[in-house]
Design a binder for this molecule. Sequence first.
Ligand code: AMP
Ligand code: ZN
Ligand code: FE
Ligand code: FE
Length: 289
Amino acid sequence: MDSLALIDLHIHTSASDGTFSPQEIVSMAKGKGLKAVSITDHDTVDGNEEAIKAGIEIGLEVVPGVEISVEWEGRPVHILGYYIDVKNLILQSTLKNLIAFREERNPQIIKLLNSLGLNISYEEVKAIAGDGTAIGRPHFAQALVEKGYVKNGDAAFKKYLKRGGPAYVEKKRLTPHEGIQIIKNASGIPVLAHPYNVDGIKNKDLELFILQFKEMGIEGIEVYYPLHNSQQTLKLKNFAEKYGLYITGGTDFHGEQKPDIKLGSGFGALKIPYELIIKMKEKQEAKPR
Ligand code: AMP
Ligand code: ZN
Ligand code: FE
Ligand code: FE
């Protein structure tokens, strides 16, 4: 094996708002020479089975995963769950509720877009999502692009869909405690995703923010992430080491949905070492199932 095997532990598929199927992701990752990936779709584990099967066939390690959005001090915070038992019943029923919250919210987004004079139906958005489980704002963005209302997805978010935008509708979220516990209850490892993406979190707030989430049960921090600069990466790595948290990393690859981000390398230079998952794996293997 080469000396530096690389991984990508944050990937979205067509089961949520990514544009490639789980199987396509696995063969692309293999083609890029990655040693392991995790499928971390929003609010669903539906892509995992296909990815794990494809991984076995092609010889790529696939870590079962999910990404859940929780509500913290009025803001969304993303929690990743790794090595989850995707068949866990409480996990599955909770995710089902989160999909139901999306189904409550999505028609309200349509209403707002219609009231802004944009002729768009939920059927059109659902057609874009295909047989994906978690329908979300990126699908609305794509519909707006396809109908010629905006030039690209970014513009759709800026003009309409971003948090606080004229077509933004909050969806019900789990509390941090609930989000973390359903992952733990499914034998998984809860990890704080891209901490710098949380609204209002600056360098000076970061340590307290991480500590609060550690108190609530988080076991790792997503340190390697395309939007983290080298100083931020180092800062997060130091906090992870200081507080005994796992270090993870991923690109948040969404395919054409986020065209600047490449699988495995983010904007091109990201390198996420395989050794990160060795510790997590050892812990998982020691857990009773
Ligand atoms: P939802 O879960 O339906 O609220 O959609 C959230 C997803 O929309 C995120 O995971 C991103 O993929 C995408 N997204 C959120 N904000 C933006 C933005 N400002 N520009 C582009 N994509 C965004
Ligand atoms: Zn997404
Ligand atoms: Fe996220
Ligand atoms: Fe993500």
